[in-house]
Design a protein around this ligand. Structure first.
Ligand SMILES: *Cc1c(COP(=O)(O)O)cnc(C)c1O
Length: 415
């Protein structure tokens, strides 16, 4: 497979390991379990430590199996480089640990993954000021920017209400003002959307979700798209300034966040994620088709109060989703009319599993206000538009008709 040729998404992922040095004809990148990497000539070891020669030193900072996955994710995102972490949260935490300083200001979408929301509360007590805004309208982002704003952070599609950030316009504002634009692409996955196309400088992916896809491994990634000018970023420490501008940001992240905080992805996990990623496009196609069918069916049913899914014409950002994403994704949420108790409904489903997680091959459901958003309290839930009866559905790869039958039968009793 020649490096120059432009192949499609899945072809590129399937064959990416073969573009590297092949060990014993292995088609999969082998799992390298060695923590240390030895050198015959001690001068080579010193040269690696001094950055004069490339090479591995210690498993916390990098490993050949992990590198192979990082290169695969870079290809998925059409980026410049990627660093993986033990979880998606570690990748988000790395952005703060490595790239923000006391007194910095961040503008963040208010519609956020619950644990990211909790992390923002933490960093707010550590000298980084986070302004939470409704990022579906770029005007709110612009209004929150101050002279200390270093970063704008948004998710593509928010979970569970599926609000979509004004991704393109926010990208334009960040470019004009030289602000680092960080986009969490977990919900769309690089198959449906590449944040580089709207000007993101850094892309976050939880590999645990759609990329690995089978609910059996945790992982996270941070991809540098190559669009951000690190030479102009004030928070790069002097020893990273010696490198080429394009490398400065990620070198600092690898040292200050991955090496010093140590949330490293294991080579075994990297292998499992790489195998899962091979079928991501196929899974996302099937899951998106089923999500559309389920959302359409539920939206038409008089026992359902509201359905939130970007594929429905009634969704406030339906046009934007049509313009930016390959399809509308595998996650939706809905509220039943008050006559049907959401717990009773969930218990009547036979295929869908009551579990927290998304992006699995199996369909998962959860009563949001009572579980993943319980800790934040009623007031904050109300501000985020999360009703007590809201059910989140992460659609799996089951046969579409089986899912339609299951979700329809659970709507009994007829009103
Ligand atoms: C799950 C998730 C994360 C965190 O990923 P983990 O791998 O579970 O740590 C971050 N952002 C979004 C949008 C997610 O859905």
């Amino acid at each position: 497979m020649s490096e120059q040729k432009q192949y499609g998404f899945t072809t590129t992922i399937l064959h990416s390991d073969r573009q590297k040095e092949i060990e014993h004809g292995s088609v999969h990148k082998p799992i390298h379990t060695s923590v240390m990497f030895g050198y015959k000539d001690a001068r080579d070891l010193a040269a690696v430590f001094q950055g004069k020669q490339s090479g591995y030193r210690y498993g916390r900072q990098g490993n050949p199996t992990v590198t192979a996955l990082e290169e695969k994710i870079t290809k998925m995102e059409d980026g410049a480089s990627t660093i993986t972490f033990g979880t998606g949260m570690a990748a988000i935490g790395a952005v703060f640990q490595a790239l923000l300083r006391q007194g910095d200001h961040v503008v963040s979408s208010a519609f956020l993954f619950g644990n990211t929301n909790s992390l923002w509360q933490t960093v707010s007590t550590q000298g980084v000021d986070v302004a939470m805004v409704d990022a579906t309208d770029v005007a709110n982002v612009v209004a929150a920017i101050t002279p200390s704003t270093r970063m704008v952070f948004v998710e593509t599609v928010a979970n569970p209400r599926t609000q979509i950030a004004d991704l393109k316009r926010i990208g334009e504002v960040c470019r004009e003002r030289g602000i680092l634009y960080v986009v969490d692409n977990t919900m769309t996955s690089p198959y449906l959307f590449q944040p580089k196309t709207v000007g993101a400088g850094l892309v976050v992916n939880s590999l645990t979700k759609y990329i690995a896809g089978h609910g059996n491994v945790l992982g996270g990634a941070l991809t540098d798209t190559g669009l951000f000018d690190w030479a102009a970023y004030p928070n790069i420490a002097a020893n990273f300034r010696k490198q080429a501008s394009a490398q400065q940001g990620m070198s600092q992240v690898r040292a200050k966040a991955l090496r010093d905080f140590g949330a490293t992805l294991s080579p075994e996990a990297a292998h499992q994620i790489a195998v899962g990623a091979e079928t991501m496009a196929l899974r996302m196609e099937r899951e998106s088709t089923s999500a559309m069918a389920l959302a359409t069916m539920l939206a038409a049913d008089p026992r359902v109060a509201v359905v939130h899914y970007p594929g429905l014409a009634s969704h406030p950002q339906h046009q934007l989703a049509s313009e930016l994403f390959r399809s509308y994704g595998a996650l939706f949420s809905f509220e039943l009319k008050p006559e049907i108790d959401c717990f009773d409904y969930l218990n009547r489903l036979s295929l869908a599993i009551n579990a927290t997680h998304l992006g699995d091959t199996r369909t998962l459901v959860i009563p949001v206000a009572h579980t993943i958003f319980f800790e934040m309290g009623a007031e904050r839930r109300a501000a985020m538009g999360i009703a007590d009866s809201l059910i989140r559905v992460s659609v799996g790869i089951e046969d579409t008709q089986d899912l339609l039958t299951d979700f329809a039968q659970a709507l009994t009793p007829v009103l």
